[in-house]
Design a protein around this ligand. Structure first.
Ligand SMILES: Nc1ncnc2c1ncn2[C@@H]1O[C@H](COP(=O)(O)OP(=O)(O)O)[C@@H](O)[C@H]1O
Length: 219
């Protein structure tokens, strides 16, 4: 699981993590935006909350995330949950569905950095890649020309989302304190990934050693 304030770098780090570890990236925000784009009833309802930077009601988000996690690819390759859970009720629902995370990564970023990142954030609708006009500019003019901005990526709206984040983050953290790794998200995206990569690598080593132990015991 990866968590953090709006624009703390969750989506950017998920791109790098899934490239290296082959996990299925399940981002609640992306699932919701897909429903909004599809014009579904859930999407129409969700947009009302998203525009105010408020959490979309559990009865929409929880089922959406659960169905995605139950798909074979997530079961086979493992999942990287991004932007969920954002409340204790969402964390409890996940546990009741039998989904237990191995690691909870919390990206920690200074507030003024977050606002600057949001205002400059752009998305490539063709590849889904995340860019920043100043810190991670598009590689080509062609990409630059088609970049879009999220409807909730304005200075006024990110302040609302930050408020929502601060209201909920402690309750969620308290449920994963034994597996939480806090990562300094103010660094460059590659330096942040280097830290996350070393933690994941160590976890895999432990897992292998552990299974080796179990195998040895069976023999
Ligand atoms: N787990 C969630 N529960 C409820 N609403 C959510 C959840 N994740 C995302 N949302 C809604 O979608 C919006 C965008 O979320 P996201 O794409 O994760 O962006 P960010 O992390 O930058 O806020 C949030 O402001 C909120 O309205």
């Amino acid at each position: 699981m990866i968590s953090g304030a709006p624009a703390s770098g969750k989506g950017t780090q998920c791109e790098l993590i899934t490239q290296k570890y082959g996990l299925v990236h399940v981002a609640a925000g992306d699932l919701l935006r897909a429903e909004v784009a599809a014009g579904s009833e859930n999407g129409r309802r969700a947009k009302q909350f998203m525009e105010k930077g408020q959490l979309v009601p559990d009865e929409i988000v929880v089922m959406m995330v659960k169905e995605r996690l139950l798909r074979p690819d997530a079961h086979k390759n493992g999942w990287l949950l991004d932007g969920y859970p954002r409340s204790s009720s969402q964390a409890t629902a996940l546990k009741e569905f039998g989904f237990e995370p191995d690691l909870f990564i919390l990206l920690d970023v200074a507030e003024d950095t977050l606002v600057e990142r949001v205002v400059g954030r752009r998305l490539d609708p063709v590849t889904g890649k995340i860019y920043h006009l100043k810190y991670s500019p598009p590689e080509t003019e062609e990409i630059a020309a088609r970049l879009t901005q999220r409807f909730d990526d304005t200075e006024e709206k990110v302040k609302l989302r930050l408020c929502t984040h601060h209201q909920n983050v402690e309750a969620v953290l308290s449920m994963y304190k034994d597996i939480t790794v806090k990562v300094n998200g103010n660094l460059s995206k590659n330096d942040v990934f280097a830290k996350i990569d070393s933690v994941l690598d160590e976890l895999l080593e432990q897992r292998k050693a552990g299974s080796g132990y179990l195998e040895a015991n069976k023999a």
